[in-house]
Design a protein around this ligand. Structure first.
Ligand code: PMV
Length: 330
Protein backbone atom coordinates (compact mmCIF):
# COMPACT_ATOMS: atom_id res chain seq x y z
CA UNK A 1 0.00 0.00 0.00
CA UNK A 2 1.58 3.27 -1.17
CA UNK A 3 0.95 5.90 1.47
CA UNK A 4 1.70 9.59 0.94
CA UNK A 5 1.42 12.50 3.37
CA UNK A 6 1.42 16.10 2.20
CA UNK A 7 1.16 19.41 4.05
CA UNK A 8 -0.28 22.48 2.30
CA UNK A 9 -0.79 26.02 3.60
CA UNK A 10 -4.06 27.89 3.45
CA UNK A 11 -3.99 31.31 1.79
CA UNK A 12 -5.42 34.78 2.25
CA UNK A 13 -6.54 36.64 -0.88
CA UNK A 14 -5.66 40.30 -1.53
CA UNK A 15 -7.81 40.40 -4.68
CA UNK A 16 -10.67 38.04 -4.00
CA UNK A 17 -12.24 35.20 -5.93
CA UNK A 18 -15.98 35.74 -5.60
CA UNK A 19 -18.39 34.55 -8.28
CA UNK A 20 -18.09 31.87 -10.94
CA UNK A 21 -18.37 32.11 -14.72
CA UNK A 22 -18.75 28.32 -14.89
CA UNK A 23 -19.67 26.57 -11.64
CA UNK A 24 -18.95 23.12 -13.12
CA UNK A 25 -15.20 23.89 -13.17
CA UNK A 26 -15.01 26.79 -10.68
CA UNK A 27 -14.00 29.14 -13.49
CA UNK A 28 -13.82 32.48 -11.65
CA UNK A 29 -15.06 35.89 -12.77
CA UNK A 30 -11.75 37.53 -11.80
CA UNK A 31 -8.10 36.72 -11.46
CA UNK A 32 -7.05 36.76 -7.80
CA UNK A 33 -3.88 37.24 -5.76
CA UNK A 34 -3.03 35.67 -2.41
CA UNK A 35 -0.36 34.88 0.14
CA UNK A 36 0.09 31.25 1.15
CA UNK A 37 0.11 30.93 4.94
CA UNK A 38 3.00 29.37 6.84
CA UNK A 39 1.23 28.80 10.15
CA UNK A 40 -2.20 27.67 8.94
CA UNK A 41 -1.96 24.35 7.16
CA UNK A 42 -3.62 21.01 6.47
CA UNK A 43 -1.74 17.71 6.63
CA UNK A 44 -3.29 14.84 4.68
CA UNK A 45 -2.36 11.18 4.36
CA UNK A 46 -3.77 9.18 1.44
CA UNK A 47 -3.56 5.46 0.71
CA UNK A 48 -5.38 3.82 -2.21
CA UNK A 49 -6.60 0.24 -2.10
CA UNK A 50 -8.38 -2.04 -4.56
CA UNK A 51 -12.17 -1.75 -4.23
CA UNK A 52 -12.20 -5.44 -3.21
CA UNK A 53 -10.26 -4.50 -0.03
CA UNK A 54 -11.84 -1.11 0.64
CA UNK A 55 -15.43 -0.89 -0.65
CA UNK A 56 -15.82 2.90 -0.24
CA UNK A 57 -13.67 5.98 0.26
CA UNK A 58 -13.12 6.60 3.98
CA UNK A 59 -12.31 10.17 4.97
CA UNK A 60 -11.52 11.49 8.44
CA UNK A 61 -10.99 15.21 9.11
CA UNK A 62 -9.76 16.46 12.49
CA UNK A 63 -10.62 13.14 14.10
CA UNK A 64 -14.20 12.79 12.81
CA UNK A 65 -15.29 10.59 9.88
CA UNK A 66 -16.92 12.65 7.10
CA UNK A 67 -20.46 11.78 6.04
CA UNK A 68 -23.19 13.30 3.84
CA UNK A 69 -22.43 16.29 1.61
CA UNK A 70 -18.93 16.84 2.99
CA UNK A 71 -17.95 13.27 2.13
CA UNK A 72 -19.66 13.46 -1.29
CA UNK A 73 -17.61 16.55 -2.15
CA UNK A 74 -14.35 14.68 -1.38
CA UNK A 75 -15.55 11.58 -3.26
CA UNK A 76 -16.22 13.71 -6.35
CA UNK A 77 -12.66 14.98 -6.14
CA UNK A 78 -11.28 11.46 -5.70
CA UNK A 79 -13.37 10.43 -8.76
CA UNK A 80 -11.54 13.04 -10.86
CA UNK A 81 -8.20 11.61 -9.75
CA UNK A 82 -9.36 8.00 -10.27
CA UNK A 83 -10.46 8.84 -13.77
CA UNK A 84 -7.13 10.56 -14.59
CA UNK A 85 -5.25 7.48 -13.39
CA UNK A 86 -7.72 5.04 -14.93
CA UNK A 87 -8.24 3.10 -11.69
CA UNK A 88 -11.23 2.17 -9.56
CA UNK A 89 -9.32 2.02 -6.25
CA UNK A 90 -10.84 3.53 -3.10
CA UNK A 91 -8.96 5.93 -0.87
CA UNK A 92 -8.35 6.05 2.81
CA UNK A 93 -7.83 9.71 3.71
CA UNK A 94 -6.98 11.25 7.05
CA UNK A 95 -6.61 14.99 7.29
CA UNK A 96 -5.73 17.38 10.09
CA UNK A 97 -5.91 21.17 10.21
CA UNK A 98 -3.64 22.99 12.65
CA UNK A 99 -6.21 25.81 12.92
CA UNK A 100 -9.87 25.72 13.99
CA UNK A 101 -12.34 25.22 11.13
CA UNK A 102 -14.41 28.30 11.98
CA UNK A 103 -11.42 30.61 12.47
CA UNK A 104 -11.86 32.56 9.23
CA UNK A 105 -9.00 30.65 7.63
CA UNK A 106 -10.02 28.65 4.59
CA UNK A 107 -9.63 24.95 5.31
CA UNK A 108 -10.97 24.15 1.83
CA UNK A 109 -7.94 25.85 0.22
CA UNK A 110 -5.28 23.97 2.18
CA UNK A 111 -7.47 20.85 2.37
CA UNK A 112 -8.04 20.41 -1.36
CA UNK A 113 -4.43 21.37 -2.15
CA UNK A 114 -3.03 18.74 0.26
CA UNK A 115 -5.57 16.11 -0.86
CA UNK A 116 -4.87 16.70 -4.56
CA UNK A 117 -1.11 16.41 -4.23
CA UNK A 118 -1.18 13.44 -1.84
CA UNK A 119 -3.84 11.52 -3.79
CA UNK A 120 -2.05 12.01 -7.14
CA UNK A 121 1.37 11.09 -5.77
CA UNK A 122 -0.02 8.01 -4.04
CA UNK A 123 -1.23 6.82 -7.48
CA UNK A 124 2.11 7.85 -9.01
CA UNK A 125 0.31 10.29 -11.29
CA UNK A 126 3.04 12.55 -12.55
CA UNK A 127 1.37 15.98 -12.82
CA UNK A 128 3.27 19.26 -12.65
CA UNK A 129 2.24 22.03 -10.24
CA UNK A 130 0.19 23.79 -12.94
CA UNK A 131 -1.87 20.67 -13.66
CA UNK A 132 -2.25 20.08 -9.92
CA UNK A 133 -3.43 23.69 -9.50
CA UNK A 134 -6.15 23.15 -12.14
CA UNK A 135 -7.18 19.91 -10.46
CA UNK A 136 -7.26 21.45 -6.96
CA UNK A 137 -9.43 24.29 -8.37
CA UNK A 138 -12.15 21.75 -9.18
CA UNK A 139 -12.35 20.88 -5.48
CA UNK A 140 -12.32 24.47 -4.23
CA UNK A 141 -11.38 27.52 -6.29
CA UNK A 142 -9.02 29.04 -3.75
CA UNK A 143 -7.16 25.70 -3.44
CA UNK A 144 -5.65 26.37 -6.88
CA UNK A 145 -3.53 29.11 -5.23
CA UNK A 146 -2.35 26.88 -2.36
CA UNK A 147 -0.36 24.78 -4.85
CA UNK A 148 2.34 27.45 -4.66
CA UNK A 149 4.23 29.13 -1.85
CA UNK A 150 4.67 32.83 -1.14
CA UNK A 151 2.66 35.32 -3.19
CA UNK A 152 0.47 33.75 -5.86
CA UNK A 153 -1.62 34.83 -8.86
CA UNK A 154 -4.56 32.73 -10.05
CA UNK A 155 -5.22 33.73 -13.65
CA UNK A 156 -8.93 33.63 -14.39
CA UNK A 157 -8.28 31.90 -17.73
CA UNK A 158 -10.96 30.77 -20.16
CA UNK A 159 -11.20 27.05 -19.55
CA UNK A 160 -10.04 24.21 -17.32
CA UNK A 161 -6.49 24.20 -18.67
CA UNK A 162 -5.90 27.96 -18.48
CA UNK A 163 -7.55 28.82 -15.14
CA UNK A 164 -4.49 28.07 -13.01
CA UNK A 165 -2.33 29.70 -10.40
CA UNK A 166 1.35 30.58 -10.62
CA UNK A 167 3.85 31.92 -8.12
CA UNK A 168 4.65 35.65 -8.22
CA UNK A 169 7.22 35.99 -5.41
CA UNK A 170 8.72 33.40 -3.04
CA UNK A 171 7.88 33.27 0.69
CA UNK A 172 11.08 35.09 1.73
CA UNK A 173 10.28 38.02 -0.58
CA UNK A 174 8.47 39.94 2.15
CA UNK A 175 8.04 39.52 5.90
CA UNK A 176 4.31 40.31 5.74
CA UNK A 177 2.14 38.94 8.54
CA UNK A 178 -1.56 38.05 8.44
CA UNK A 179 -3.18 38.19 11.88
CA UNK A 180 -6.70 36.76 12.03
CA UNK A 181 -8.84 38.44 14.67
CA UNK A 182 -11.45 35.80 15.56
CA UNK A 183 -14.72 37.53 16.48
CA UNK A 184 -17.00 34.52 16.01
CA UNK A 185 -16.37 30.78 15.88
CA UNK A 186 -19.89 29.90 14.77
CA UNK A 187 -20.01 27.93 11.49
CA UNK A 188 -20.98 30.18 8.58
CA UNK A 189 -24.61 30.06 7.49
CA UNK A 190 -23.85 30.06 3.74
CA UNK A 191 -20.82 28.23 2.34
CA UNK A 192 -18.59 29.99 -0.17
CA UNK A 193 -19.67 27.37 -2.72
CA UNK A 194 -23.25 28.65 -2.38
CA UNK A 195 -22.12 32.28 -2.23
CA UNK A 196 -20.22 32.17 -5.53
CA UNK A 197 -23.45 31.33 -7.34
CA UNK A 198 -25.20 34.35 -5.82
CA UNK A 199 -22.64 36.96 -6.85
CA UNK A 200 -24.16 37.55 -10.30
CA UNK A 201 -27.48 38.50 -8.68
CA UNK A 202 -25.92 41.63 -7.17
CA UNK A 203 -26.27 44.85 -9.20
CA UNK A 204 -22.77 45.74 -7.94
CA UNK A 205 -21.09 42.58 -9.24
CA UNK A 206 -20.09 43.80 -12.70
CA UNK A 207 -18.59 46.97 -11.26
CA UNK A 208 -16.61 45.03 -8.67
CA UNK A 209 -15.29 42.58 -11.28
CA UNK A 210 -14.20 45.43 -13.57
CA UNK A 211 -12.58 47.25 -10.67
CA UNK A 212 -10.77 44.16 -9.38
CA UNK A 213 -9.19 43.82 -12.82
CA UNK A 214 -7.93 47.40 -12.56
CA UNK A 215 -6.55 46.85 -9.05
CA UNK A 216 -4.70 43.66 -9.95
CA UNK A 217 -1.53 45.15 -11.53
CA UNK A 218 -1.25 47.66 -8.68
CA UNK A 219 -1.58 44.90 -6.10
CA UNK A 220 1.21 42.93 -7.79
CA UNK A 221 3.39 46.07 -7.97
CA UNK A 222 2.78 46.82 -4.28
CA UNK A 223 3.86 43.28 -3.35
CA UNK A 224 6.90 43.60 -5.62
CA UNK A 225 7.78 46.87 -3.81
CA UNK A 226 7.08 45.27 -0.40
CA UNK A 227 5.01 48.37 0.31
CA UNK A 228 2.14 48.04 2.77
CA UNK A 229 1.04 51.69 2.36
CA UNK A 230 0.56 50.83 -1.34
CA UNK A 231 -0.98 47.39 -0.83
CA UNK A 232 -3.18 48.08 2.19
CA UNK A 233 -5.75 50.48 0.69
CA UNK A 234 -6.13 48.18 -2.35
CA UNK A 235 -6.89 45.06 -0.30
CA UNK A 236 -9.34 46.96 1.91
CA UNK A 237 -11.07 48.27 -1.21
CA UNK A 238 -11.51 44.84 -2.78
CA UNK A 239 -12.59 43.18 0.46
CA UNK A 240 -15.25 45.87 0.99
CA UNK A 241 -16.32 45.66 -2.66
CA UNK A 242 -16.72 41.87 -2.34
CA UNK A 243 -18.78 42.26 0.84
CA UNK A 244 -20.89 44.92 -0.88
CA UNK A 245 -21.63 42.33 -3.58
CA UNK A 246 -22.50 39.75 -0.92
CA UNK A 247 -24.74 42.18 0.94
CA UNK A 248 -26.61 43.12 -2.25
CA UNK A 249 -27.07 39.60 -3.64
CA UNK A 250 -30.49 37.92 -3.69
CA UNK A 251 -30.85 36.52 -1.10
CA UNK A 252 -28.43 38.83 0.66
CA UNK A 253 -25.41 37.50 2.48
CA UNK A 254 -24.34 39.41 5.55
CA UNK A 255 -21.36 37.67 7.08
CA UNK A 256 -20.38 40.52 9.39
CA UNK A 257 -20.91 40.47 13.14
CA UNK A 258 -20.57 43.41 15.56
CA UNK A 259 -16.95 42.36 16.23
CA UNK A 260 -16.16 42.66 12.51
CA UNK A 261 -16.88 46.41 12.55
CA UNK A 262 -15.13 46.80 15.88
CA UNK A 263 -11.89 45.45 14.35
CA UNK A 264 -12.26 47.50 11.14
CA UNK A 265 -12.69 50.72 13.12
CA UNK A 266 -9.84 49.89 15.50
CA UNK A 267 -7.42 49.22 12.64
CA UNK A 268 -8.35 52.53 11.02
CA UNK A 269 -7.95 54.35 14.37
CA UNK A 270 -4.50 52.86 15.02
CA UNK A 271 -3.43 53.91 11.55
CA UNK A 272 -4.65 57.48 12.02
CA UNK A 273 -3.71 58.06 15.66
CA UNK A 274 -0.64 55.86 16.10
CA UNK A 275 0.77 55.67 12.57
CA UNK A 276 0.51 51.86 12.74
CA UNK A 277 0.65 50.39 9.23
CA UNK A 278 -2.08 47.74 9.52
CA UNK A 279 -4.79 47.00 6.95
CA UNK A 280 -7.72 44.59 6.95
CA UNK A 281 -9.28 42.09 4.62
CA UNK A 282 -12.28 39.79 5.23
CA UNK A 283 -13.23 36.49 3.56
CA UNK A 284 -16.64 34.81 3.50
CA UNK A 285 -17.18 35.09 7.24
CA UNK A 286 -17.10 37.55 10.14
CA UNK A 287 -13.45 37.26 11.16
CA UNK A 288 -11.02 39.96 10.13
CA UNK A 289 -7.54 39.37 8.71
CA UNK A 290 -5.17 42.19 9.61
CA UNK A 291 -2.01 42.56 7.51
CA UNK A 292 1.12 44.21 8.86
CA UNK A 293 4.90 44.12 8.49
CA UNK A 294 6.65 41.53 10.66
CA UNK A 295 8.21 44.22 12.85
CA UNK A 296 4.73 45.46 13.85
CA UNK A 297 3.15 42.01 14.34
CA UNK A 298 3.63 41.92 18.12
CA UNK A 299 2.00 45.33 18.61
CA UNK A 300 -0.89 44.59 16.26
CA UNK A 301 -1.57 41.21 17.82
CA UNK A 302 -1.48 42.62 21.34
CA UNK A 303 -3.82 45.48 20.37
CA UNK A 304 -6.26 43.12 18.62
CA UNK A 305 -6.37 40.78 21.61
CA UNK A 306 -7.23 43.74 23.86
CA UNK A 307 -10.45 44.44 21.89
CA UNK A 308 -13.53 43.13 23.74
CA UNK A 309 -14.98 41.47 20.62
CA UNK A 310 -11.84 39.48 19.75
CA UNK A 311 -11.63 36.00 21.30
CA UNK A 312 -8.24 35.00 19.86
CA UNK A 313 -5.76 35.73 17.12
CA UNK A 314 -3.84 33.50 14.71
CA UNK A 315 -0.74 34.99 13.04
CA UNK A 316 1.06 33.77 9.96
CA UNK A 317 3.73 34.89 7.52
CA UNK A 318 4.16 33.64 3.94
CA UNK A 319 4.51 29.87 3.69
CA UNK A 320 5.90 27.28 1.27
CA UNK A 321 4.36 25.23 -1.52
CA UNK A 322 2.90 21.84 -0.50
CA UNK A 323 5.55 19.38 0.62
CA UNK A 324 5.74 15.72 1.61
CA UNK A 325 6.18 14.49 5.16
CA UNK A 326 7.50 11.09 6.13
CA UNK A 327 5.35 10.90 9.27
CA UNK A 328 1.92 9.58 8.26
CA UNK A 329 -1.40 10.20 10.01
CA UNK A 330 -2.32 6.49 9.92
O1 PMV B 1 -12.43 28.48 -2.65
P1 PMV B 1 -13.72 28.93 -2.07
O2 PMV B 1 -14.89 28.43 -2.88
O3 PMV B 1 -13.83 28.58 -0.60
O4 PMV B 1 -13.83 30.52 -2.16
C1 PMV B 1 -13.04 31.40 -1.42
C2 PMV B 1 -13.64 32.74 -1.41
C3 PMV B 1 -12.94 33.81 -0.58
O5 PMV B 1 -12.18 33.22 0.47
C4 PMV B 1 -14.01 34.69 0.05
C5 PMV B 1 -12.04 34.69 -1.41
C6 PMV B 1 -10.74 34.09 -1.88
O6 PMV B 1 -10.29 34.48 -2.97
O7 PMV B 1 -10.13 33.28 -1.16
Amino acid sequence: MHKITVRAGSNIAFIKYWGVADPAINLPLTSSVSMTLQEAHTTTTVAWQPASDLPADAVTVDGAPLTGDALARIERHLDRIRSLAGVSHRAQVTSRNNFPMASGIASSASGFAALTVAACRALELDLDATRLSALARLGSGSASRSLFGGFVLWERGVDDATSVARPLFPPDHWDLVDIVAVVSSAPKHVSSEGGHRLAASSPLNDARIAHAGKLLPDVIAAIRNRSLPELGPLIEMDALAMHAVMMTSTPNLIYWQPGTLEVIHAVQRWRKDDGLAAYFTIDAGPNVHVLCDGRDAGTVRHSLEALPGVSRTIASGPGPAPFELTDHLF
